[in-house]
Design a protein around this ligand. Structure first.
Ligand code: HEC
Length: 114
């Protein structure tokens, strides 16, 4: 028994392979575009200024929310201390000496008026 392939199906196959490159590039653009657009929001870690406490901030302060909150906030040392205590009341676990280091780092890196 011989199977007849309908002409319309052949047409579909032919055009699919002909336009493969077109669809592939569409797919790639769709894949790359959102990543590029959202990149600045994702890469806060590398934007943190160098300094003692940076690693602690990355490890501890990015656990519940991203680090954007830190970049959006400008505080005095007193205010950062209150913030860190606030985070503790929200469930953050931190050693007192680490908290001190983080507060110093934040006060130096994200002071008011910048
Ligand atoms: C246990 C989870 C948790 C951890 C860990 C945590 N936070 Fe938060 N943080 C929150 C929650 C919940 C909010 C409130 C979210 C909101 O209102 O959008 C918040 C809000 C903030 C805000 C905005 C409000 C404000 O006080 O200005 C800042 C800044 C902030 N966090 C900084 C930090 C820093 C710095 C650290 C590390 C020392 C940290 N967070 C670690 C849970 C956490």
């Amino acid at each position: 028994m011989k199977l007849e392939i309908p002409a319309s199906f052949k047409l579909l196959r032919g055009s699919f392979f002909k336009h493969n490159a077109f669809f592939l590039s569409l797919f790639l653009i769709g894949l790359i575009l959102p990543v590029r657009v959202s990149w600045p929001q994702v890469d806060y870690k590398s934007k943190l200024p160098e300094g003692e406490g940076k690693q602690l901030v990355i490890e501890l302060c990015g656990m519940c929310h991203n680090l954007q909150k830190i970049f959006d906030a400008r505080k005095t040392e007193k205010e950062w201390e209150l913030s860190v205590k606030d985070m503790v009341s929200r469930g953050m676990q931190i050693f007192p000496e680490d908290a001190e280091e983080i507060i110093k780092y934040l006060a130096k890196s994200f002071p008011p008026g910048r």
